[in-house]
Design a binder for this molecule. Structure first.
Ligand code: HXC
Length: 278
């Protein structure tokens, strides 16, 4: 990246923001969560990428290592509770503990409800919702106050960041499956913040990205939100960048977000609440 683009994506946070932290990022091999992993690494964290495609993970890890980021990767499907447990064990074997879990793995496609088989609906629920639950459950023993590798019994607990969407705030055409899945993710964010905050010191938060340029989500859903819409219907008059989401994730994962729990932060340039100009 060069010139104005590089300047625009310069981090406003200090380089040591996440120094000493260890993060597991599902879906970290590509798209939004690759940039989350990259920014976590550039701000001092050790990162583990989890995904289903070993070649994608390998390429992503190599690219991060070129930026001197401490990174490992683990193949796994978040739909499997066993894979979730194995991934968390791998993180602890690799870096001694887990501080941050980012649930970014998601599955989606456009389909009218009458065209969805029961299995199609279930597949998206399983990846987005059950996958998020599996990962939270597997990471819980490590994230809780006093968890493996944590400093002292009185130390802080870890942080969970669930990547959500704004699809379900109203209703979105041909997204009945993904809307239901992400509504459940937001509910889980609230429930876990309630149950895992008091005794275990775990913060659970979410990020709901708007349309982010150059992502699989945009390729698949671009019919709903085009670049042109970006200029017309997004109050801030631009498409989102993966960097925008990564900055929000840095904020939530860091001490700056230390009194935020149960909340899902919308990062969409004002898109979901906007209506065409009269
Ligand atoms: C209708 C479809 C379909 C489609 C798949 N299915 N695509 N039905 N329309 N376009 C049905 C299949 O026919 C099958 O049902 C069931 O879904 C499962 O499909 P599989 O291909 O067997 O599943 P799997 O291999 O597990 O793949 C899951 C996937 C796939 C979701 C279908 O696309 C995937 O793995 N995607 C991961 C990456 C991804 O989608 N990222 C985008 C996230 S975007 P039957 O009945 O035939 O068995 C995002 C952002 C949202 O989440 C917010 C944006 C603003």
């Amino acid at each position: 990246m060069a010139g104005a683009a590089a300047e625009a994506e310069k981090s406003p946070f200090e380089k040591e923001l996440l120094a000493g932290k260890v993060a597991l990022i599902t879906g970290g091999g590509s798209g939004i969560c690759f940039e989350v992993a990259r920014q976590f690494g550039l701000h001092g964290a050790s990162v583990v990428l989890m995904g289903r495609r070993p070649d994608v993970l390998q390429t992503a890890a190599e690219s991060l290592r070129k930026e001197s980021i401490r990174v490992e990767h683990v193949e796994g499907d978040v739909r499997s509770a066993d894979d979730a447990t194995r991934a968390v064990e791998f993180v602890i074997e690799s870096f001694g503990k887990i501080d941050i879990l980012v649930n970014g793995a998601a599955g989606n496609f456009l389909s009218p409800a009458e065209g969805l088989s029961s299995n199609a609906f279930k597949t998206v629920i399983e990846i987005d919702t059950i996958g998020t639950f599996n990962m939270c459950k597997a990471a819980f023993p490590g994230l809780r106050r006093g968890g493996k590798g944590r400093d002292g019994a009185d130390g802080e607990g870890g942080v969970i960041i669930n990547i959500s969407a704004t699809l379900h705030y109203g209703a979105t055409w041909y997204q009945s499956h993904a809307s239901a899945a992400k509504a459940a993710v937001d509910s889980l964010t609230r429930s876990l913040s309630l149950e895992w905050g008091p005794d275990y010191g775990i913060r659970t938060a979410g990020i709901a990205p708007g349309p982010i340029a150059n992502t699989v989500g945009m390729q698949k859903l671009g019919v709903l939100v085009s670049e042109e819409d970006g200029l017309k219907n997004i109050p801030l008059r631009r498409m989102g960048k993966t960097w925008d989401i990564a900055m929000a994730a840095l904020f939530l994962a860091s001490r700056a977000g230390s009194w935020i729990s149960g909340e899902t932060l919308v990062v969409d340039g004002g898109h979901w609440l906007s209506k065409p100009q009269a």
